[in-house]
Design a binder for this molecule. Structure first.
Ligand SMILES: [Cu+2]
Length: 143
């Protein structure tokens, strides 16, 4: 003769929904904070790298921009065996055997992967053998 059971159910549903929302919000904030970005600019046949401390096991984004009027390449063995996503001109290529990306004049690309191996990682331009640069990866404990 009473509506009490219904009310209890609704209240329970409300609690579950707000818990889901809070978890989602915190998840988003954590993800955004743990992403690390490296800016690589190619200019006058040189790689100019801007990086902060890179930690292992975190999503890493390398943004490569070619400011030259010449075609260049950003390639590295650091992506070997690691799922890597490369975005260029709105096209996304995804795979484990990704060696790098070719960049036409004034073109840019975004490379996403998880850093898994510590140390110095060399990258180069396969078209111009004198062009090379490196990224330094610290282990998580060193931060
Ligand atoms: Cu080059």
């Amino acid at each position: 003769m009473t509506h009490e059971p219904h009310r209890v159910q609704w209240r329970l549903l409300g609690t579950v929904l707000s818990v889901v929302c809070v978890a989602w919000m915190y998840g988003g904030i954590l993800l955004a904070q743990s992403e690390q970005t490296v800016d690589v600019t190619i200019k006058d046949y040189k790689f100019v790298t801007k990086q902060s401390t890179l930690r292992l096991g975190f999503p890493t984004i390398i943004k490569v921009r070619n400011e030259d009027a010449e075609r260049h390449d950003f390639s590295s063995t650091m992506f070997e065996g690691i799922p890597t996503q490369i975005e260029k001109d709105g096209v996304i290529v995804y795979g484990r055997g990704v060696g790098g990306v070719f960049l036409g004049p004034k073109q840019e690309a975004t490379i996403r992967f998880d850093m898994t191996r510590p140390g110095r990682h060399v990258f180069r331009c396969s078209i111009h053998p004198t062009m090379s640069g490196e990224l330094l990866l610290l282990s998580a404990e060193a931060v």
